[in-house]
Design a protein around this ligand. Structure first.
Ligand SMILES: NC(=O)c1ccc[n+]([C@@H]2O[C@H](COP(=O)([O-])OP(=O)(O)OC[C@H]3O[C@@H](n4cnc5c(N)ncnc54)[C@H](OP(=O)(O)O)[C@@H]3O)[C@@H](O)[C@H]2O)c1
Length: 231
């Protein structure tokens, strides 16, 4: 992991992030790491009160710098942000996107979503659109610049800012600037983001999560990850 001083950047010009589903395991951990790196972060939830409570709790975990600037409804958080991170269960994705569609127009949207079909969560399952991220792009329309990233990061250790996450971030998307944004977010969270091609390739990065869940089960570990070598 990068040292904290390497991760942390000046908050001048850093975009405001809205983490939709930031009350959950994955979104809250990522939100905490980005806030610690200096990004202004908003927590989104179906409930404004729940978002505010989560924002307060996460703020208390920050090491004296960085800020979770507040909590709001998913729609309100998306509207107020420069970059939107979608971190909700796949089955709720389409309903949540209806609420945030307007707020995502003209913005980079980073999908963390993995399509899993319980109880067989260690078996790769692809939605009809090809991947959850491709489906999200269709639902949001061309005004939103979809990127898929962070699918292979286990939530287990994300809130421990001293824990080095042993995993690379595959970043897929059709918009170069949006992919660069996601790669910067990976670096800020202490990881290495790698441009892994067009959004269609998100079918593989999303599918890898099911593979890693199976590895976790078979090897009795909690946070197996992936590394791209030779880069
Ligand atoms: N957990 C991991 O280790 C991990 C790793 C990689 C990728 N992912 C992916 O990241 C996404 C988020 O994972 P997570 O573990 O953070 O999920 P989660 O904790 O189950 O849910 C995240 C948030 O989504 C909202 N939500 C939950 N169920 C919903 C429903 N039925 N309808 C609408 N909103 C609902 C909730 O927020 P409110 O109640 O506040 O609205 C919840 O706090 C998922 O797609 C997951 O596959 C997770």
């Amino acid at each position: 992991m990068q040292s904290k001083s390497q991760n942390r950047r000046s908050d001048i010009d850093l975009p405001t992030l809205a983490v939709i589903g930031g009350t959950g395991a994955e979104g809250s951990g990522l939100a905490l790491r980005w806030a610690a790196a200096g990004y202004p972060v908003l927590i989104g939830s179906r409930s404004r009160d729940k978002a505010k409570v989560a924002a307060t709790e996460l703020s208390s975990l920050l090491p004296g710098v960085g800020s979770i600037i507040g909590g709001d409804t998913n729609a309100g958080a998306a509207e107020a942000a420069d970059v939107v991170i979608l971190s909700v269960p796949y089955d709720s994705q389409s309903g949540i996107i209806e609420q945030i569609r307007a707020g995502c127009q003209g913005k980079a949207v980073v999908s963390v979503v993995v399509p899993l079909k319980p109880p067989r969560v260690s078996r790769v399952w692809r939605p009809p659109a090809g991947s959850a991220a491709e489906e999200a792009q269709l639902l949001l329309g061309e005004g939103a610049r979809l990127v898929a990233a962070f699918q292979n990061i286990s939530a287990t250790h994300l809130k421990d800012l001293n824990h080095a996450v042993d995993c690379d971030i595959l970043v897929t998307g059709d918009d170069t600037a949006a992919k660069e944004t996601a790669i910067e977010l990976a670096l800020a969270a202490g990881m290495r983001g790698i441009d892994a091609g067009p959004l269609a390739n998100s079918a593989v990065s999303e599918g890898l999560t099911a593979v890693l869940i199976g590895v976790n089960i078979r090897h009795k570990v909690k946070g197996s990850g992936i590394r791209v070598t030779g880069v």
